[in-house]
Design a protein around this ligand. Structure first.
Ligand SMILES: [Zn+2]
Length: 123
């Protein structure tokens, strides 16, 4: 029997979405992802509600990229806008930003327990 990796567990447990609280984001594994003509490992489409992940990723790279995209969503949640909305970002003191981001992570971990357990438990 072969041990399942992160993606194998996501498939087995039907972890198809990240629940952001205010909306869900579907995971989509795609080949040859680009963000403004630059190859990338992941990107989140806030309009469509899709987290695009490079199909070839696994292990540490997949885990970090999923957390990276989740962090974009959580920063959006606490008022840091989309990738390009620099004007919307409100400058905050480290302590205030930490309170907001840590609460957003706690919310995300509570809403996505199987996803976070999978990311922490498998290669
Ligand atoms: Zn990014």
């Amino acid at each position: 029997m072969t041990a399942l990796d992160i993606r194998g567990h996501m498939k087995e447990l039907s972890i198809n979405f990240f629940h952001g609280g205010w909306r869900s984001f579907k995971f989509s594994f795609d080949k040859d992802l680009y963000e403004e003509d630059v190859k990338c490992w992941g990107k989140t489409d806030f309009d469509q509600g899709i987290i695009h992940l490079e199909d070839s990723m696994k292990g540490d790279l997949l885990r970090e990229t999923i957390l990276h995209e989740i962090t974009h969503i959580l920063l959006e949640t606490v008022g840091y806008g989309d990738y390009d909305d620099i004007d919307e970002a409100v400058p905050l003191h480290n302590e205030r930003l930490t309170v907001l981001v840590s609460r957003a992570f706690l919310q995300a971990m509570n809403l996505n327990q199987e996803l976070f357990t999978t990311l922490l438990s498998y290669e």
